[in-house]
Design a protein. Sequence first.
Length: 423
Amino acid sequence: MPPQRWHPHLWHPTTQVASADPPLRAVRGRGALLELDDGRQLIDAISSWWVTLHGHAEPSIAAAVAAQATELEQVIFANFSHPPAEQLADALSARSGLERLFFSDNGSTAVEVALKIAWQWWRNRGEPRRQLIAFEGAYHGDTMGAMALGARSPFTAPFDELLFEVARAPWPATWWGDEGVEPRERLALERLEQLLETPTAAVILEPLVQGAAGMAMVREGFLREVERRVRAAGALLIADEVLTGFGRTGALFACQRAGLTPDLIALSKGLTGGFLPMGVTLAREALHAGFIGASERTFLHGHSFTANPLGCAAALASLTLLEANPGRYERFEARHRPHLEVLAQHPKLRFPRLIGTIAAIDLVLEKPGYFNPAGRIVQRRALAEGVFLRPLGQVIYLLPPLCLDDTQLEQCYGAISRALEAL
Ligand code: PMP
């Protein structure tokens, strides 16, 4: 087995070289498995940062990308359009009910674009609104605007002076057997109402699940109450579905499951089935209409790789595959449930919660938090059993690709359960 090592010319994301284990070296991905250069196979239980939707190297997406690569690999999207972009816009607009699609490169930029559209739309109307509202614990990406919208955290700390102000409402996260959720929801809605007394450009939320906050799940009814208040205040509603989009919560979009009709939706991650970096921001036609007219009204935003044809081809193939078998995402919750019920009995665990393909539970720790080493201990133990996890502080979660079979799912839960013995 070659020793794990740090490459002399690479700089890894969110990684402290002084304390982290050197990276695993992947050479191949097939379905739910990642193969390492030493021949080991690991179950990718977190879909490689939540992007691998169906499975690694999914043949129909690989074929679509390969075919597109020999036709048109890239073209400047300011002066050109192309069939895969048009087909993807048609498809996503029909499924989301939002008529306009703006392309960018990842989840952070999809959020930045939503924010900039919302902000400039009010300006273009001649009634600028300066307040933005987000939720406590929110995470919307690592670029400056997306960071500003997100909660302040160790991730934002070095940059806090640079981040613009965002008003914040509580996020009444809940779990199985939580008896205190109603008063927390009421408090959150009251706070939101107070904030909305100030003219507000937009309210942004991660529908149903705040991912990076630690798979913090809220009830559907709470989100509908949020939307009601946002509408009453005339503010725009932005849904960050970068994580939740494409079946992750058991519906095609979390907004559909929750009964929300946002004005803007940010998508990425599963968009291309996890094959290529791409983000899209869907917007209501009325927002697009607000940018038509004199040159100052223009949305002067664009990325070099806007609407990259390979990404579009991957996204179209991924959507086709997803819709060919919706049962795969609709039924995942029922597959998780019995395993999570057993795990939830463990005395070292609490707050079990589940939605769609996402199951999460907290380690009982004296000092929970992102840097608590307990998560790393669980990660190492599970790895030794061939399961790749990446706990978020005290939160252990599974967010596997849809192709994960029952045996592999059992392996994941078994590995978590046995890893707890090391704590
Ligand atoms: N929004 C949400 C809800 C996310 O979970 C993430 C990524 N974890 C982002 C935005 C940012 O996406 P990206 O990492 O592709 O920039």
